[in-house]
Design a protein. Structure first.
Length: 651
């Protein structure tokens, strides 16, 4: 989607890095994420980094605190827990252990009924809330801030009810489940009740490794009937009930308390893991109820109903669909401001969103195209160097939000930035060979007056002044003027520097000049009309027989550029004109074309060896290859040196 390709040699190490970081992240915590950061800039190799972001359960829940005005796990106690507590008789004689008490919805409801409650909670913020509320309401709740498997010494051995609501979905293995059952058998009084909920695989479904891993990521650790039977094996725990948590809570909770949370239904039905209808989903949250009784010598099977048949391939696809919706992504897509390319940009954006499993419907498609088109037009009108940045957020779920912003950088701002960032001289250090050749053949007399339009940091102006020419240097970028001025002062050279737009400064450029130079200036123009204006200004300021030397990108004969090509040329500092447009621009002006030379060929042939190429990107720019992915000679445009002489209109 980023229009970058990895060659065959780059793919294996990428896969190896992803695999290694995934393994490290998963081993660290089931709440871990793999973060891919990349930079895909024009004309640069794809740069990316892969890292594991490991977050444990307690830290995850800590981040959730304060993230919502509604209670994180619901406000009402579980109906299954309250119904079981009602069957136990005298509440004060029925102590309760609430494992993973959270913010206390079950613990406080039971304590209000008179049950002494030990609330075990690993998350410090939740434990603080529990302690504060218990004291404020004078409830018989003792808060224990420890991990389940480290808390055994702090627990009593006479609990009549041991509840583990929404705890097992955070487990990592059947071994964790076994340890929970062992703890229940130790701390429960005889005939005490152990109630837990967990995501149970349907009879006939054997989950693949990927399903178990993804289920853990979705707070839905998946266990099979065999896992649960093994967890209870040899322990004095007898299975009494196995109910759908979704059906039980929906039936027994007050209507005002259903659903307990916005996410409960999909989570309880296993639809956070599989993008399927309920009837086809191979897992769901179940309430399991056990009583502590002496071992009878036999093992009870789970009450799971008749086995069902599942298509592994179909389940895999459903899991992958849901996995895409779990990708949490944010980033930016930056495009050159080419209004004619707006539909292509929109499709690139939508392709990236689709790859993340986000939905782009007809209305979203139309609005996205309108938004991008508007931003591109605004950016392009502001500056030919503008970019449009699409910033997107794709949280868990099917939706993606995005906005378009305009980075309308003016040419002076851009060049000032490049002056600080680019390690080499922006336009080279040596004067143009075509200029030096013109001076060498005597076409411009000694001590002549020269107008250097777009003087930059002064490579041509300084060389002219060193040779004794009187130079007026016009430059739009203030930073370039500072650099040129400092260099001229250091060498006590006669250069008059004019900062600003040449057309706005025209009245101050009285002339007459024997030579007007415009090297690389027209690459930053916006249209053929600016070429006409430059030619007219030069003709007005030149003395009779004076010379105008300029460089411009000229389209090849027979090439009819599209609007997109012209926009892209401006973005690439290569605004170009056709032969017909050059002829039109010259109409009525006292300028005669003396020569037209390939800038690339002339500079390569005449510059000193140590000065070639003038810059690392000169060849691509001069030959048009930075616009077209074509070899030299095949591009439909090229930088040309055009030399004119001021003459009379006659002839």
């Amino acid at each position: 989607a980023a229009c970058r390709r990895l060659d065959d040699s780059e793919v294996p190490p990428l896969r190896a890095r992803i695999a290694a970081e995934l393994q490290r992240a998963y081993a660290g915590s089931q709440r871990s994420k793999l973060v891919l950061e990349f930079q895909a800039e024009a004309a640069r190799p794809l740069d990316y980094a892969i890292r594991a972001e490991i977050t444990n359960i307690a830290n995850t829940y800590e981040k959730w605190v304060g993230s919502s005005d509604a209670p994180l796990f619901g406000a009402h106690a579980d109906a299954r827990v309250l119904d079981l507590a009602s069957e136990l008789g005298d509440a004060q004689a029925c102590p309760v252990l609430d494992l993973g008490a959270g913010t206390g919805r079950n613990a406080f409801a039971l304590a209000r009924r008179g049950h002494p409650v030990d609330a075990l909670e690993i998350t410090p913020s939740f434990a603080e809330q529990l302690t504060h509320e218990a004291r404020a309401q004078a409830l018989p709740v003792r808060v224990i801030t420890k991990d389940l498997f480290d808390a055994k010494p702090s627990l009593a051995r006479n609990y009549r009810l041991f509840l583990a609501s929404e705890v097992v979905p955070d487990f990592r293995s059947p071994g964790d489940l076994r340890r929970l059952f062992e703890l229940a058998s130790e701390v429960l009084a005889d005939d005490g009740v152990f109630v837990l909920n967990l995501h149970l695989a349907a009879q006939g479904y054997t989950p693949e490794k990927a399903a178990r891993e993804f289920a853990q990521q979705c707070y839905s650790a998946l266990f099979t009937n065999s896992d649960v039977i093994a967890a209870a094996a040899g322990l004095p725990l007898e299975l009494c009930a196995n109910d759908s948590a979704y059906d039980y809570e929906r039936t027994h909770l007050p209507s005002s308390a259903w659903p307990p949370t916005p996410w409960f239904e999909n989570w309880a039905l296993g639809l956070d893991v599989y993008e399927l209808e309920r009837a086809a989903c191979p897992m769901e949250l179940r309430w399991l109820v056990y009583r502590k009784r002496p071992l009878s010598g036999g093992e009870a099977a789970l009450l799971g109903g008749a086995p069902r048949r599942f298509d592994p391939a179909a389940l895999r696809k459903a899991l992958v669909r849901r996995l895409k919706h779990r990708a949490v992504a944010s980033g930016t897509l930056t495009f050159p401001a080419l209004p004619s390319f707006s539909d292509s940009y929109a499709e690139l954006c939508f392709a990236a969103f689709t790859a993340l499993g986000r939905e782009v419907g007809p209305l979203e498609d139309a609005e996205g195209r309108r938004l991008i088109r508007q931003a591109l037009q605004e950016a392009f009108e502001a500056s030919p160097r503008s970019n449009v940045t699409i910033t997107y957020e794709a949280p868990m779920g099917p939706d993606v939000t995005y906005s378009a912003s305009v980075d309308a950088v003016s040419i002076p701002e851009l060049y000032a930035r490049w002056l600080d960032e680019v390690p080499h001289a922006l336009f080279g250090e040596h004067a143009d060979a075509r200029l030096l050749a013109l001076l060498a053949d005597g076409s411009v007399p000694p001590r002549a007056r020269v107008l250097d339009i777009g003087a930059g940091t002064g490579r041509n102006a300084l060389s002219l002044a060193r040779l004794g020419y009187r130079v007026d240097a016009v430059e739009l970028t203030p930073r370039f003027c500072e650099v040129l001025g400092a260099a001229a002062q250091a060498e006590t050279l006669e250069i008059r520097i004019h900062q600003g737009d040449v057309f706005e400064l025209a009245e101050r450029l009285s002339g007459p000049y024997d030579l007007v130079l415009a090297s690389g200036v027209l690459g930053d123009s916006r249209s053929a009309a600016e070429l006409r204006s430059l030619l007219a200004l030069a003709a007005a300021r030149l003395c009779p027989a004076g010379r105008l030397l300029l460089s411009t990108h000229l389209a090849a004969d027979g090439y009819e550029p599209t609007r997109l090509a012209r926009e892209w040329g401006q973005q690439c500092s290569a605004t170009f004109v056709t032969g017909a447009e050059l002829t039109t621009a010259l109409e009525g002006l006292p300028l005669k074309l003396l020569s037209s030379d390939s800038a690339y060929a002339f500079e390569q042939a005449h510059l000193p060896e140590e000065a070639w190429p003038p810059t690392p990107v000169y060849a691509e720019w001069a030959l048009g290859e930075h616009m077209y992915a074509l070899e030299g000679g095949q591009c439909p445009l090229e930088l040309k040196w055009l030399l004119f002489e001021k003459s009379t209109l006659e002839g």
